[in-house]
Write a protein that binds this ligand. Structure first.
Ligand SMILES: [Zn+2]
Length: 254
């Protein structure tokens, strides 16, 4: 699967996906229509579907414009969002673990409530599109969900996928997230190396995505709340969910 990063708005990423050699594509989280249509045109691709990770405007703002330009476009999101009609032009609803057949392959939806209650991560061929649930070295704010829900989504759902799964998230927040992670475990040499690498990529104007789940298990202070040794080293509450809540509260004001 070819994955093209499409920078949108200030720090959002939409993703254009197409199998090697295919002229058909799907887009994940089109914040705005212009850059997506431009990317399709440059590559001579035809858009077949939109995959939405959640209903926030900076992820779905481009959906109406794409639907006007591409007749018959399918728009997928979680059933929770469809019932509330909060993804514009949504045509299809998915539930946890369901697959959608597109471009000759299966896209799997993982329901990952926490940032919002209708949040979905999309997985295809070892590529994982996490929206605002899992960021590189971070996670999304708990606008609708609970710390327990976010813990389950991050650790038990996404964290259970293979370590070499590549992570493509909804925003370029990596540098700030790593700076924050260093306040949680300042002695961690891996975090300093990761920060320097992220800064170097940003200086070149390159995105820091993709990461990997294996990399996140080593650097993401929210995923690491599952690890008792990490909680002890960071002087976090003993319970993993309570630890995640404490880290999230500190990140909210960082
Ligand atoms: Zn969001």
């Amino acid at each position: 699967m070819q994955v093209h990063v499409i920078p949108c708005l200030t720090d959002n990423y939409a993703y254009l996906l197409h199998p090697t050699g295919s002229r058909e594509a799907v887009v994940v989280d089109p914040s705005e229509p212009g850059p997506v249509l431009e990317a399709l045109g440059q590559r001579g691709l035809t858009l077949r579907a939109v995959l939405c990770t959640h209903h926030h405007l900076d992820h779905v703002g481009g959906v109406p414009g794409l639907c006007r330009t591409v007749p018959g476009l399918r728009v997928y999101g979680h059933r929770y969002d469809q019932e509330r009609q909060r993804i514009p032009s949504q045509t299809d609803a998915v539930e946890d673990g369901e697959t959608v057949a597109l471009l000759g392959t299966d896209f799997r939806a993982w329901h990952v409530p926490g940032h919002t209650l209708g949040a979905v991560a999309w997985e295809v061929d070892g590529e994982l599109f996490t929206g605002d649930t899992l960021f590189l070295a971070g996670c999304g704010r708990l606008f609708e969900g609970t710390p327990a829900g976010m813990y389950r989504s991050l650790v038990e759902v996404l964290g259970a996928l293979p370590g070499d799964t590549r992570v493509w998230c909804g925003h370029e927040y990596t540098v700030k997230n790593l700076r924050f992670a260093r306040t949680v475990t300042p002695e961690d040499p891996g975090l300093l190396a990761a920060l320097e690498e992220a800064l170097a990529r940003r200086r070149e104007g390159a995105p820091t995505v993709p990461g990997t789940l294996r990399g996140e298990r080593g650097q993401n202070p929210f995923l690491r709340c599952a690890d008792g040794a990490f909680r002890a080293r960071a002087a976090l509450p003993e319970g993993p969910v309570e630890a995640l809540a404490a880290v999230r509260a500190r990140r909210d004001v960082f």
